[in-house]
Design a protein around this ligand. Structure first.
Ligand code: 3HC
Length: 699
């Protein structure tokens, strides 16, 4: 016999004899919002006052145990009871409390488990402390209870990496007491019976002492000072874990203060913007309609890009036909894909026993006719309109009706490409970023005639490939490369006017970019930009100051960056060092142009570069190339190494304010009124006080 008492709309108690089950039901991921916290505390208090309840078992309904605190509450006024207090009530319960975790028990969800007196994981469970990815630290006892159960190194590892830990590993490390199979409620009942029978021991985690390991703390603190000095949360994590030597109350107080400190940082706001932004980009009408089935994909081109795209599709379980024109090119493509797949195995992304099966799904071919039965073709040949048009004309004749025809072009006009087919409704752009099996961004480019189910299929593909799909409209460079083309000019102007390439790079790396623009250019190949500048030479606006002289001359020497060993930097093994001959070229260009070099502070470099990026980003939103500011932000976070903790260029723009940005542009325009123009949208925002966040809300 069982009866159910609803504490509130999220928490219920079910009595089964001497056992009391507490069920958390807060879809979609059972986050510990206010009602869950309140309900859990009340349920424990009710059951402690009830002599019949001999053991309490907490489990959750739905697809996962608790995935953490409710992130939507962050940054708002506190809504009691606080999570750590609720967990103390659970830990202090006189009646033994156990928990049954399934799915993903993350952050506050895992911390809930840690506060109970025994934890059972259901096979397939993954636990983790991912707060670091939100600019935070575990703030509900994680830094105090993990060290007691699994030691300081494991606590530091989990909290600093945010990685998911398998049920097996958690069991080995002492974070779980058992791993079982079955439905959470059944496992909870069985485990509760074992507690009653004395075969499942229970204890309070905070009664355990943290094993001493000062060396792990000191080594980690030193490593973080050297490598992550600019981030707040990692250092606070070490401080809080160190407090796990203290009694519970004092340790939790240190953790609480560290959590509050992190909560108040712009880094936390930036990272949470990125968390919701990653999900918001596919929350558009275009992603939601019915999609076409995609099981077999054709990839045309076995270069780095095509091979990366093919790898990504294979890793997602799709069949792939790789087409190249010459046997050597095809072999090179197959070799690159094999190397990529082997890399995925060695990095633990693909189980070793799956490797051969994944590679067997690849069919190399020298004949485009072999694409007759694929559901989607992604063309990834070099950027030349007539070549692409020829390919699309042939695909139109070869591919089955309803097949989706995609170009991976990074800037060419999808509409012009579509004119070579009788089916513009099936054509769209799918712009991957190199290396395509690693980079998470996918720009989904809508042509004038693209059918709604083809666009929806682009989003479905992004999801299947575990990528972040962002909708973009046709223009030269779409969202990312168009903005890049604009702000790259600033980097070149800074060098022409007096800054050294290495200074520009260092200033922007200190701002948080993974790599400065000159290092990126060297890595991508300086010949790419050179080709683009030549392509655009005929249509260049003569009123615009030319930014390419230095790069052109570096390229004329055959120095294309890393792949030739020379570029802005020299690559003779070891770390890149500035190329002295590139510096001579810069000097020569300056004197030819009559420029007297001047000094730029690092701050001015960052200000000019970021202002240029924001200005073009504002124009991209203004003319509808991007639907919302958040779409631009996610393009940069997932495709261009933009520091996640700054949220993206337009989230960052809000921290400066439209007025300041307009004032800067007007100031810079005194030197170059052609390049520095105030976007109408930014001007309007400066006048009305509107922010990019407001525009995101308007959708
Ligand atoms: N709070 C609020 N909403 C959350 C949430 C959370 N902790 N976690 C997920 N959601 C929302 C998502 O925004 C999404 O909403 P939407 O449908 O409106 O877009 C919905 O739940 C489903 O999430 P996903 O699309 O991400 O679903 P997946 O199945 O792909 O992934 C997941 C599930 C692995 C749980 C993933 O959502 C995730 O990683 N969540 C965040 C986990 C996390 O960071 N937890 C720590 C929170 S901070 C904390 O706990 C502080 C504590 O120490 C005090």
């Amino acid at each position: 016999m069982s009866d159910i008492l609803k504490i509130n709309e999220r928490i219920s108690i079910e009595r089964v004899g001497d056992v009391a089950l507490i069920c958390i039901d807060n879809p979609p991921v059972n986050a510990t919002g206010q009602a869950v916290r309140q309900g859990l505390q009340e349920a424990i208090e009710v059951l402690n006052a009830d002599a019949q309840a001999q053991v309490i078992a907490i489990y959750a309904a739905g697809r996962t145990f608790v995935a953490g605190a409710d992130i939507r509450e962050f940054g708002k006024p506190p809504m009691p009871p606080a999570l750590p207090d609720v967990f103390n009530v659970i830990e202090d319960s006189q009646t033994p409390v156990i928990s049954v975790l399934h799915g993903t028990a993350l952050g506050g969800g895992f911390e809930l488990g840690l506060a109970t007196h025994a934890r059972i994981g259901i096979e397939g469970l993954r636990v983790g402390l991912p707060e670091i990815n939100l600019g935070l630290l575990p703030g509900a006892g994680g830094t105090q209870r993990v060290p007691r159960l699994a030691g300081i190194p494991m606590a530091l590892d989990m909290a600093l990496s945010g990685r998911m830990v398998s049920a097996r590993e958690a069991l080995e490390k002492g974070l779980l007491d058992r791993v079982e199979t079955g439905a959470p409620r059944d496992v909870a009942l069985a485990a509760a019976a074992q507690v009653l029978a004395g075969t499942l021991p229970t204890r309070r985690t905070c009664d355990l002492a943290t094993p001493k390991d000062d060396k792990a703390l000191e080594d980690t603190a030193a490593m973080l000072r050297a490598k992550q000095a600019h981030l707040v949360a990692p250092h606070k994590i070490v401080e809080a874990v160190r407090a796990a030597y203290l009694p519970r109350t004092e340790g939790l107080a240190v953790e609480r203060q560290a959590f509050i400190d992190c909560m108040q940082t712009p880094q936390r706001a930036g990272m949470i913007h990125a968390f919701f932004g990653e999900r918001a980009v596919s929350n558009v009408a275009e992603a939601k309609g019915p999609a076409r089935d995609i099981g077999k994909v054709g990839v045309i081109g076995g270069g780095t890009m095509g091979s990366g795209i093919a790898t990504s599709c294979l890793l997602a379980g799709l069949d792939v036909v790789l087409v190249e024109v010459a046997p050597e090119g095809l072999q090179r493509g197959v070799d690159t894909i094999t190397k990529n797949i082997d890399g995925a195995v060695s990095r633990g992304k693909l189980p070793a026993d799956k490797r051969d099966g994944v590679l067997a799904a690849l069919t190399p071919s020298l004949k485009m006719e072999d694409l007759g039965d694929v559901d989607l073709v992604i063309e990834a040949v070099f950027e030349q309109m007539d070549v692409k048009k020829d390919i699309f004309g042939r695909l139109d004749r070869i591919c089955k009706p309803g097949a989706i025809l995609a170009s991976n072009t990074s800037y060419l006009d999808i509409n012009e490409i579509a004119t070579c087919t009788q089916r513009p409704q099936d054509v769209l752009g799918l712009h991957f970023f190199s290396p395509a099996h690693v980079m998470r961004l996918l720009e989904i480019v809508q042509g004038a005639g693209t059918a709604p189910d083809v666009l929806a299929s682009g989003f479905a593909l992004a999801k299947r490939l575990k990528k972040v799909g962002v909708l973009a409209q046709v223009c030269d460079g779409f969202i990312g490369n168009r903005i890049l083309a604009h702000y790259s000019q600033t980097a070149s102007y800074l060098v022409l006017d007096g800054a050294a390439p290495a200074q520009v790079d260092a200033a922007l790396e200190a701002f948080g970019f993974a790599m400065g623009p000159h290092k990126v250019g060297d890595l991508a190949g300086l010949d790419i930009g050179w080709m683009t500048r030549k392509r655009k030479a005929a249509t260049r606006n003569p009123a615009e100051r030319y930014a390419g002289d230095v790069a052109d001359r570096i390229c004329e020497n055959g120095w294309f960056g890393r792949k030739t060993g020379r570029g802005y930097y020299n690559y003779d093994g070891g770390a890149p060092v500035p190329n002295p001959q590139a510096l001579e070229i810069i000097d020569a260009v300056r004197s030819e142009k009559g420029i007297t070099p001047r000094a730029f502070s690092d701050e001015e470099i960052v200000d000019r570069y970021m202002t240029a990026m924001i200005a073009e980003a504002a124009r991209v939103v203004e003319d509808g190339t991007a639907k919302r500011p958040v779409d631009v932000d996610m393009v940069f976070v997932f495709g261009y190494g933009f520091p996640r903790y700054r949220g993206g260029p337009l989230h960052y723009a809000d921290t400066l304010g439209a007025r300041e940005l307009v004032a800067r542009i007007q100031r810079y325009a005194q030197e170059d009124a052609q390049y520095w123009q105030v976007p109408a949208l930014l001007q309007q925002m400066a006048e009305t006080g509107k922010t990019f966040a407001d525009l995101n809300k308007e959708g």
